[in-house]
Every structure is written in structure tokens, then in C-alpha cells.
Ligand binder design. Sequence first.
Ligand code: SDX
Length: 436
Amino acid sequence: MKLAENKATLSFSNGSPSVDLPVYQGTVGPDVIDIRKLYGQTGMFTYDPGFLSTASCQSSITYIDGDKGELLYRGYPIEQLATQCDYLDTCYLLLNGELPKQQERQDFHKLVINHTMVNEQMQFFLRGFRRDAHPMAVLTGLVGALSAFYHDSTDINNPEHRKIAAIRLIAKMPTLVAMAYKYGVGQPYMYPQNDLSYAGNFLRMMFGTPCEEYKVNPVLERALDRIFILHADHEQNASTSTVRLCGSSGTNPFAAIAAGVACLWGPAHGGANEACLNMLEDIQRQGGIAKVGQFMEQVKDKNSGVKLMGFGHRVYKNYDPRATLMQETCNEVLSELGLENDPLFKLAKEVEKIALEDDYFVQRKLYPNVDFYSGIVQRAIGIPVNLFTGVFTLARTVGWIAQLNEMISDPEYKIGRPRQLFAGSATRNVTPVGDR
Ligand code: SDX
């Protein structure tokens, strides 16, 4: 970050002295006004619920240009990473800042694959849940519970510990997601198999059984790997900000990541792919494409509380570049599985077409986001709807860890502690209950 030529001067209509605030420039993107001394100089806070105009940190990991519909991981466009790299290359890049050279790539892949098993006790932890528990409830518990098993990598101020915890979380998340699924369907867990790829291993742990050999379909394996790449990181989104704030207290990385899992579950965030698929299935049940117009009227009626799930984004005011890539993957998977005429996919494309031509959405710059097509791909692969956010969790774990480690390795970082505009009662005295 470098000091800009420009500076900000805050003046007040009530005659209070004006305040000069430094403006900093990043490599690319909006400049920032440094308000850290504002309260000390004016006795006032800034006010920005929802953080629409607030940069919470300085980061070098992911850059998004919402107007251009651009997403870069460490400077590399998502379109190039999703077509020329695999997910573990992307993990190495997000964690270390550079793509791996050949030997680094082999070592990293081997390191991750050799940490995919979880402590055998974890299966007994699962037994505490009802079989019909939502997988995200199970995952929130399982990820937090990792801190009970891996004490030797919980000192966040030890760079070696941070590295081991990162590898453990990236390696074990697919195993935990698959265990949450198997527990729900009452099937035995499948142990990881180290001669498979990261995505292939996940497919086998999900859909394999001890009764027969599981053959990984390379098209589905590639599709899943791309889904992981597209969801790996996304700047200071709600769950990443949760992980940073939670981690700023000095808690262990497993606990901080568990907080991110809980936040991602929400339907306005990572839970949108599940909500989007449920929305499409509802429209399908009510009559399909013929009913889309009526549904759109509901969405435009503010009192209905109905949103077009998978549409809109706080940052993208253009097409989410991940949605374009996800649609391509959708086409590949559906044709591989002979589902080109999948009614839900056709309905989704019709909904997208209608929305992109409708003034309500055009005026508000609402475009499909990453969640609009990811549910259709995952459903075609056989992943149950209530596990979609679990897959998002699996993919986003590396982004959360990279952002957490970036914060902790910044000597300037402090515990996050926002203030407020107080609108409650001023001081008053307690009166005896008989007089209230
Ligand atoms: C993810 O932050 C990230 O980077 C998240 C994510 C990541 O990778 O981490 O990209 C992943 O969470 C993607 C977003 C998934 N969520 C959904 O698809 C749920 C549906 N989308 C909306 O809930 C909404 O678009 C948000 C939450 C995503 C963004 O909301 P904002 O930025 O707070 O925008 P807003 O609610 O202020 O909306 C602006 C206007 C409003 O109308 P007006 O009051 O101006 O009349 O657009 C409307 C909103 O009502 N609007 C929608 C809409 N999204 C916004 N109207 C109908 N359907 C929608 N989906």
C-alpha cells in the first residue's frame, strides 16, 4: 500500500476543526481513506453497517473488479486458472503467492494426499447427531472438533503450526464432507485412497461403497475440480471476514474456520446454491417455464420477500465470471451424463434469459452469480441439495486459511473490535418491581 498524492479533508458544518486523512493506493482498485485516527481526532466514528464502503484490511490474495466482472487469484484471472490448473495448484497459489514449479507441485500434492485421513475418534463424534441432521450442522461441529484432535498445530503465532494446520484442513475437509453425507444416508464411511486425485478421492468417498470398486468418471472429476477452483476464495466476503474477525482473537485455526463454515451456511451467502435449486424445483413443480413470468412478478413485489436466488452480488455489478465458467461445466457434465434435456437446466437458462432482459434486474445490475448454475451441476453429479454448501465449504477452506494466515503474519494486526451508533436508553435508575 502506498500513500496517494491525494488526501481527504473532512470538514464539519458545526464549525468543528477539519481533519486531514491520508489516502492510500493499492496495486489496482479503489483507493482507501485511512480513518484509524478519526475517533481520536474528532470523537466520532464512521457508520457503515453491512460494510458497503469499508475496507477491513490490506490483502494481496484476491482481487475482484465488480464492474468489469473480473476475478484474480494472486493476479491470475480465474478463467486461466479454471482451465489450465487444478485445485491443488490453486491452493498452493493462494497460500504461497506463486504457482508451484514442477517439484513443488508434486511435493504439495503428495503432502495433501497424505493427510486426508481423520482421527478414528471422529466417527464417534458423528454418532451424536441425528441421521437427518443438516450436513452443515454436522460440518460446523466436525471442523470445530478438529481442534480437539490436532493440538500440535494450534499455535497461530508459530508459522510451522500455521502451515501444518492449513494442510490438515485442506486435506481433511473432503473426508469430513463425505463422512457427513455417508452418516446421513446410513452407509459406511469410505477411507481416502491416496492414488486418486483430490477431486477423484472425494467422488469415491462420496459415492463408493465397500461392496465394489468405484471408477472415477474423468469428466465429473474435472467438473468437481473446477467447482473447487471457482469457489476457492473471494476477497473479504461475509464468511472470510468472519474467519478474520474470529482469528483476530488469537483462537486456533480450526475454531476460526468453523466460524466461517457457520457463516457460509446462510442462504444470502454460500447457502444460495441450495436455495437456488429449491427455487428452480418449486417453479418446476408449479408448471415450469410457463410459470416463470408469474414468479418474476413475485420477486419484483417487495412485500413478497421472494428473491431470485443465485442472482445479484454485493460486488459484481456485471456478470460473475464464475457463473460463465460454471455454465460451461454444466453443459459438459449434462452432456456426459446424457442429461442435455435436463428440464431444470433448461428452466434455469430460461430464467436467466428472462431476468437479463427484465428492467427490474437490469436497473439493479443483477446478474447470475456463482451459485446459479453450481446447484444444477452438483445435482447432476449426484450430490444431494443439502450438501451443496458443504461442497462450497470444502472449496473455500483454502481461501479462509490463506486470508487468516495473511492477517496473522501481519505484525500490525490487532483484535477486531468495531464500535456502534447507540440508539438505546440513556442512563436511568432501577425502580422496585411494585412501582414499574
Ligand atoms: C455468494 O460476497 C461474496 O463474495 C459472496 C460470494 C463468495 O464467493 O463468497 O460471491 C458467494 O454469497 C454469492 C451470492 C449468493 N446469494 C444469492 O444468490 C442470494 C440472492 N442474492 C441476494 O440476496 C443479494 O443479491 C445479495 C445478498 C447477494 C447481495 O445483496 P446486496 O449487495 O446487499 O444488495 P441489496 O440487497 O442492497 O440489493 C440491491 C437491490 C435491492 O432492491 P432495491 O431495494 O434497490 O429496490 O437489488 C435487489 C434488492 O431487493 N436484489 C434482488 C436480489 N438481489 C438484490 N432482488 C431480487 N432477487 C435478488 N437475488
